[in-house]
Design a protein around this ligand. Sequence first.
Ligand code: ATP
Ligand code: MG
Ligand code: MG
Length: 599
Amino acid sequence: AEHKVSNFLRQIIEKDLEQGTYASRQWGGGPGDAAFHDAGQPDPAKIRTRFPPEPNGYLHVGHAKSICLNFGLARDYGGVCHMRFDDTNPEKEEKEYVDSILDAVQWLGFGWQSSFNGKTEQHLYYASNYFDFMYRAAEYLITAGHAYVDEQTAEEMRVNRGDFGKPGVDSPFRARSPQENLARFRDMRDGKLADGAAVLRAKISMQSPNINMRDPAIYRIRRATHHNTGDAWCIYPMYTFAHPIEDALEQITHSICTLEFEDQRPFYDWLMERLIEGGLLKAPPPRQYEFARLNLTYVITSKRKLAQLVNEKKVSGWDDPRMPTIVGLRRRGYTPEAIQLFAERIGVTKSDSWIDYSTLDGCLREDLENKAHRGMAVLDPVKLVLTNWAEVFGSDGYTEDCTQPALPHSAIAEGQTPPPDRVFKIGKDVWIEREDFEEVPPKGYKRLFPGNVVRLKGGYVIECTGVGAKDADGQVTEVHAKVIAGTKSGTPGADSVKAKAAITWVGAADGVSAEVRLYDRLFTDPQPDAGGKNFLDALNPDSLKVVTAYVEPSLAAAKPDQKFQFERHGYFVADRTDHGVGGKVVFNRVTGLKDSWGK
Ligand code: ATP
Ligand code: MG
Ligand code: MG
């Protein structure tokens, strides 16, 4: 924890640890409670956080912030972070999402196990396992006069809730006796009322300045099959009621959520107090803290809108490398280390702001700079023929090995053995970038033009002699040059001829054709869905360009998901789905070498 930048949450946690706020807590719900959930017995003095997604979609980069925050705090303070599925909404949840969420959290580098006193415990929970307890808590509130069954129409309830500066109006059902409410609530449970015919509401105050405290609904009737509890229930707890109970049953200490829940906190505390009063829960209760959600430029982080991109086929799927989903970021080539660094760097604050996308790319470059092996790839190839090759080396078919380090010297730590050199062949024909030749060079141009001398990086110095061939449109299809004997890199004569520039290249003898997917931002607008804008209007028509490139053999031999720095071009990853299938070589561009957006 000492290497981390402090923030308001760390300060709260450190104070709680110092004061032993949770040191005396006891485990479980009420005595003899069948819903008592054995949340393990880790050191009660330690903190417990939780990451509580609803399994109704794929996680995105905003969730990654929350994951890094909750799991990261637990790790740094020796506590545990619970992995909890907030699956209280019967219609929208699916097993597919549960699996992908677990996978995403683990891929990011986190786990939900604790080990204390030699005992290892898994902390993976489902809110739906607490339905029995939640139901009993609701009956308790009714019995104690803190809840009532309201049978107003939805419209009446909406109107009578009032508004800012306009107090609410009591429901005609508010004065029902606890006995009447209990009977009616049981009718709800037993399926005697239609969906929407009644709700259970907490009885707090219709005059509260906080609209969330004006008798919020805590249970509703919904005939829907739940993925876990099936048809056991036709009433389901509302999120605002369920969430604090989930936290309490799991003995969470710091319940961290995004700012939009700030107005819910008084109800969170109210509910905890009532259930402690009633002996259903034990003090001290968990506390809710809010932080600013992640807003990232050029990115949308609404599950609904992301689903729209997938359903309307604007992208190839949830894991399209342009998607800000964790599966998309992963396939694009972002690393867990880069995302963790990003989360750390953007910090946690209490006010909303926008983070520039380049911050994420900066973290990726920082992570890969010393890790990603280098390699040469020609993305826009044109053939270069070394016309005097047979004269110098005896035959047109002659090739020679060139070697270059896989990592630059600066990337090798003290005492670390450098990885083996890359080996690739130079011969009569090589591929160069189209932009590296100009028939008539613009001012200051240092690469190939008739008469100029450059080095083929890691190979020989060559002198350009001119255009070798053009197609019908006048486009250059072949460039000619002469190789200068005795100038090979790494040999004593390497510096005998001065080159104006060194250019990247791939030998025709051993270069491998590759599909390279050049990704760019999905949107042209930094805030594509702000202020009611239609984000579909801001789709970047050039967010994907596919090129046929040539890559050196070390790149063609990549394993799926392996990352490289293509010299001068940026960071690339072998596509984890398509690379290697049917012998195809497929790379995705993660990001360029430095931020060039808009420049
Ligand atoms: P969406 O609005 O995209 O549906 P959600 O907030 O409803 O997302 P949940 O599954 O409920 O999705 O989220 C799980 C956790 O992730 C919550 O604690 C939530 O606060 C957090 N989270 C969601 N989006 C962001 C974000 N943009 N920045 C930080 N945390 C987020
Ligand atoms: Mg949610
Ligand atoms: Mg949401």
